[in-house]
Write a protein that binds this ligand. Structure first.
Ligand code: NAG
Ligand code: NAG
Ligand code: NAG
Ligand code: NAG
Ligand code: NAG
Ligand code: NAG
Ligand code: NAG
Ligand code: NAG
Ligand code: NAG
Ligand code: NAG
Length: 439
């Protein structure tokens, strides 16, 4: 359960101890401990901000207990309430350290592979959906509102379902779910009743082995459309929505090899939605600029590390353009691409992650208004948390212990405190982990 402490605490005191195993060394260690405690007390009492992101803040936070966290929380809540957002960056440096410590664990089905955080029953609390590839099913977890969830149902879906996303596809103001049913070569749509239960599944045929799907209005008719990326035939299926839950199969675009994940944004700010997809075997992320009529320009590929899998988007460098990050599975890296604003992107900036990152999620975790990045290790039992330096570059990642073999990572506010929490799934333990933000 305990996560941030072993990973963030530096090992600097240990070499000193190992060099001389004498009483003097032990006394030195005790004195050092006293000094650290004194520093902690000093910081607690003065509540002084440390504007640098170096190790001092990190060390202090990891060696203290919940009392510091409580004071931190109050301080942040106050500064957020009283200061405009533009001011928060300069004043709010209380959450430089990793604001997560322990997690709650819940059972999933077999091979949990994707997470969607969304309000399913219109109570304004974020609920959680997990798709279990081997069962194949989705598990519905409703939120009590305090970050504690309960599994209310298990819904069977198509063979080897690997991805789930949420959107209101039929305009009834309740959330529907769209599942990529890879082995069934179709999307499964579950229309919500608004109480956490769903109508009979509608299957929509797409290309061969759909692995990711997104809902967005590509042709500006105020109805949501779908883009599905098909792993085995290297295509993207565009389905134009009628707004009543039915779709017109419209366009099949060529993609890179083994296209895996897809995200949607207006990258060139022309009020027409574009999308980007990772090409696992081409080692690229490709950008498709939309014409606003359901058609797209030819793909523009950008080199990533080996085997890009997960992809996420956000404005990392605060220039108001949407940037891209990919999790590069075989390279054990992530690539950050800054947008030029005209639909083109600068070359990747590469950061080492934990081994075999499959998934990546983004959000402001330490409440400094800058977007941070989390990747999950597909072979290990931890997340790599990259805090944004404020200019779109990232500090050395901090580790957060999870259950083993992280498959999916998602970010959302689960307990309504306006702080972003982290949700992960782990394959070998068949569990869902929830990390509540203590910032
Ligand atoms: C904190 O960590 C940094 C970097 O790991 C180290 O250089 C520094 O000595 C540590 N400070 C304390 C007070 O332990
Ligand atoms: C905000 O600060 C005031 C004055 O320091 C304090 O009385 C109040 O409890 C704080 N509120 C929160 C939410 O921390
Ligand atoms: C930030 O907020 C503090 C407290 O409200 C105020 O004193 C300060 O002038 C503000 N700074 C800027 C740059 O707006
Ligand atoms: C969730 O609950 C349903 C019944 O409500 C049950 O059939 C299913 O096994 C549960 N799933 C998990 C992962 O606990
Ligand atoms: C959240 O609320 C539920 C239902 O009221 C309760 O059972 C649970 O203990 C609460 N969890 C926490 C962490 O307060
Ligand atoms: C959905 O919500 C919108 C905005 O509140 C409202 O205009 C519309 O009538 C609602 N539609 C239905 C079917 O309830
Ligand atoms: C959810 O709503 C549907 C449709 O209104 C209804 O048939 C069903 O009984 C409801 N289920 C629950 C658990 O409230
Ligand atoms: C959905 O809308 C389309 C276009 O208006 C129409 O042809 C179709 O019959 C509708 N389907 C349903 C189920 O309402
Ligand atoms: C969509 O717009 C593009 C650019 O204006 C145009 O070349 C293309 O023919 C249009 N497609 C359709 C189906 O209207
Ligand atoms: C980004 O947009 C915000 C809000 O419109 C604006 O205040 C800010 O100056 C913009 N930043 C840049 C770099 O253009």
């Amino acid at each position: 359960m305990d996560s941030s402490v072993p990973s963030v605490t530096k090992t600097s005191p240990k070499p000193k101890l190992s060099r001389t195993i004498t009483r003097i060394a032990i006394c030195t260690a005790l004195i050092l401990t006293c000094i650290i405690v004194a520093i902690v007390a000093y910081f607690l009492i003065t509540r002084q901000n440390n504007s640098s992101s170096d190790g001092v803040t990190t060390n202090i936070s990891t060696s203290t207990t919940t009392s510091q966290k409580a004071s931190t929380t109050n301080e942040v809540a106050n500064s957020t309430l009283t200061n405009p957002i533009s001011n928060a960056t300069s004043t709010n440096t209380q959450c430089r350290a990793l604001p997560f410590s322990s997690y709650q664990s819940y059972m999933t089905g077999s091979k949990p592979w994707s997470i969607s955080i969304t309000d399913l029953n219109n109570d304004d609390y974020q609920d959680i959906v997990v798709v279990n590839a081997y069962d194949p099913s989705v598990t519905i977890y409703l939120n009590y509102g305090n970050g504690t969830i309960r599994n209310t149902s298990l819904i069977i879906v198509g063979t080897y379902s690997v991805f789930v996303t949420a959107a209101d596809l039929n305009g009834d103001n309740t959330t529907d779910l769209i599942v990529a049913q890879a082995s069934a070569n179709s999307l499964g749509v579950l229309f919500g009743f608004g109480n956490g239960t769903f109508n009979t599944r509608l299957n929509i045929p797409v290309g061969n082995y759909p692995y990711g799907v997104n809902a967005a209005d590509f042709n500006n008719d105020n109805h949501l459309d779908l883009v599905a990326v098909n792993d085995y035939d290297n295509t993207a299926s565009i389905l134009l929505g009628f707004g009543n839950g039915t779709f017109q199969s419209y366009n099949l675009l060529p993609t890179g090899l083994y296209v895996t994940a897809v995200v949607t944004a207006d990258f060139n700010k022309d009020q027409r939605l574009d999308f980007a997809a990772t090409d696992y075997s081409s080692n690229t992320v490709s950008v498709y600029l939309g014409y606003g009529n359901g058609s797209f320009q030819q793909r523009q590929p950008y080199s990533t590390g080996k085997s890009p899998w997960g992809v996420a988007i956000a404005d990392f460098n605060n220039d108001n353009y949407t940037d891209i990050v990919t999790a590069n599975y075989d390279a054990s890296t992530m690539s950050v691409f800054f947008a030029n604003g005209d639909g083109t992107f600068r070359s990747q900036i590469v950061y080492s992650t934990g081994p075999y990152p499959r998934s990546v999620a983004v959000g402001d975790l330490n409440d400094d208004t800058n977007i941070d990045i989390v990747t999950g290790s597909g072979s290990g039992n931890y997340l790599s948390v990259f805090l944004n330096n404020g200019d779109g570059t990232f500090a050395k990642p901090m580790s957060l212990t999870t259950d083993a073999q992280v498959s999916a990572v998602a970010i959302g506010d689960l307990n309504g405190d306006n702080r972003l929490d982290i949700v992960t799934t782990s394959v070998s333990t068949k569990t869902l982990n929830i990390f509540l933000n203590s910032c």
